[in-house]
Ligand binder design. Structure first.
Ligand code: 6CS
Ligand code: FE
Length: 302
């Protein structure tokens, strides 16, 4: 059943600015699924909208994934592939989507209990991969991403009904405060920020390079930052950040010699599968927003 706009709790991409909307859904879904996260960690995630995992990967695993990322981005054909996003100015490869389908290593990582069990525990259900990408933030010329909520885009352009998805960003290089590490506003995930501006056709062809539609107003960002502050995800290669689909986040550019790369996986609850977009003429391609809702693995018995 496709929700009509009148039933849409999270109206966005409207002509005029609208007030913040309080989140309807829980952040951590009632304890239907056990997992590796202890109560203190879950309470912190519930409150802030994100958590960090130290040493998710060993140094040897980090090296193996870095070789895999180099394999994935090598070759002229990669640049012509629609799943590859290149930097606007430098034309360097910035992101490659759908890597959970093109890389067996990354498919296994997504299904690994140390990743999938955390997602299932937070979302309280079986999960499937909504989106995967590897990100290369080049040294010296890496451009960041302006403030945004991923859910705002996934709701508007992919038809994701509710805030019942979680992302994990796994660092394959050291994340320093100065080389474009992700910034988040702790607690802002409890407010939905409607954005103005109609979604252009094929918006993803621009928004994945630089998002201009579907970004909050400066007044909304100023109010959120004043209320919640800003924290930055820093940590060594092998560490990971898990964050709620509606976390307000963004990243700066990278003018340092220290390149940044990560594996980015988005898990959506099988109870929250995509319907028609809520604020776009047509859904985005499957390589950006999967419509294969097959759960990964079963609920583990851990
Ligand atoms: O549009 C998207 O789905 C992607 N865009 C950003 C800026 N973050 C989340 C996601 O990968
Ligand atoms: Fe994002």
């Amino acid at each position: 059943m496709t929700a009509t706009r009148t039933e849409d709790r999270y109206l966005t991409r409207t002509p005029d600015e609208a007030a913040l909307v309080s989140r309807s859904e829980p952040v951590v879904w009632p304890g239907a699924v056990k997992g590796p996260l202890d109560d203190t960690t879950l309470e912190s995630y519930d409150s802030k909208g994100f958590l960090t995992v130290d040493d998710l990967l060993t140094p040897e695993e980090v090296l193996a994934y870095r070789h895999e990322l180099d394999r994935l981005r090598t070759g002229e054909a990669v640049r012509e592939d629609e799943r590859t996003i290149v930097e606007k100015r430098s034309n360097e490869v910035r992101s490659i989507f759908e890597v959970h389908r093109t890389s067996e290593m990354i498919a296994k990582l997504a299904a690994d209990p140390c990743v999938a069990d955390r997602a299932r525990q937070i979302l309280g259900s079986d999960v499937y991969v909504h989106q995967s990408r590897v990100n290369f933030m080049p040294s010296f010329t890496g451009t960041g991403f302006y403030w945004h909520s991923d859910f705002e885009t996934w709701h508007a352009e992919d038809g994701m009904p509710s805030m019942r998805a979680v992302s994990i960003s796994i660092a394959l290089t050291d994340n320093f405060p100065f080389n474009g590490g992700l910034m988040l506003m702790p607690g802002a995930h409890r407010s939905f920020v409607p954005c103005t501006g109609e979604t252009p056709d094929d918006h993803y062809k621009e928004s994945l390079k630089e998002q201009e539609v579907g970004v909050p107003s400066r007044s909304a960002l100023t109010a959120l930052a004043a209320e919640h502050g800003i924290e930055q995800f820093t940590g060594p290669a092998g560490s990971a950040l898990m964050f709620d689909s509606n976390s307000m986040h963004g990243s700066g550019s990278n003018i340092t010699p220290f390149a940044r790369s990560n594996i980015f996986l988005v898990f959506n609850s099988v109870e929250n599968t995509l319907v028609e977009p809520f604020a776009a003429a047509s859904p985005r391609p499957d390589f950006i927003a999967s419509r294969d809702f097959t759960p990964i693995g079963g609920i583990s018995d851990s």
